[in-house]
Write a new protein. Sequence first.
Length: 297
Amino acid sequence: MNLAFFVTLNAVIKHGSFARAAVEVNVSPSTVSLQMKRLEEYYGQPLFDRSTSTVKPTPFAYDVAGLISGTLEQMESLRRRGSSVIEGRVALGAIESMQAYILPEAMRYLRQHTPRLEVRPVRDTSHGLLNALKEGTIDAAIVALADEERNKRLDWHPLFQEEMFMIAPKDATQDNAKNLLDAHDLIRFGRGSNLAIAIDRYLATTGHTVRGTVEMDSTLAILSMVSAGLGVSILAWPDRRSLVGYPVREVRLGSHAPHMYVSLVTRRDDGSDRVLAVVKDAVMRAANVAAGRNRWL
């Protein structure tokens, strides 16, 4: 079996789309479809639920990807490893949620494999990080946007797309987003953020009205407010381990659910930089590890 098929499988699971996976692995969408069919024939089991219009991996697909991903990452690491030592300093920006979701695993990996490389984390909004990247004050950034539009002056390395969902107080009796919004205030990020843009688009598309709003600047603060019964919120929070300490309900938003698109971004003229190459490897690896432990149950 061609190892490239497993690379493609990882890309499909990460992006939730044959088309976006095709961009990452540099083949056509029809080739992606053919490769997935060959893997299904090889294992004698379906890798995707084809009863819906979206690409939904089966539990078996995650098992296959998890089994082979470590080998693929080690092979890629060996391919990139040169004879000289990777050293120096790199400023890696990340939005708040990614500092908890991806950054620790990426930095742990870099510390183990490139101990002479000093990584300085930088926290800001996606907009602030992209400006800092263009200005040269940071070297790479993990950002989330409300759409797939990309600044052509930068290199974009898609990590995953993140479905947004509603959280409500644990004892809320309403069973859908409309009824929850009718009964509770909306606690949200400050207007102008990418998350707020995605929420506004969702409300406009569905026609849902908002009873009242409270604006916060921290995901943890929003979780605390909701768990205290002060309202509901719509979040793009990938690491659901963080919900353990808060008594809230998760409510999926259905076919109109907005998504956030998470990417590692670098400057276009830094494409051959060996330091950034190993940083990219580490971030991509961390994103795959996180995605494997964090799917909807």
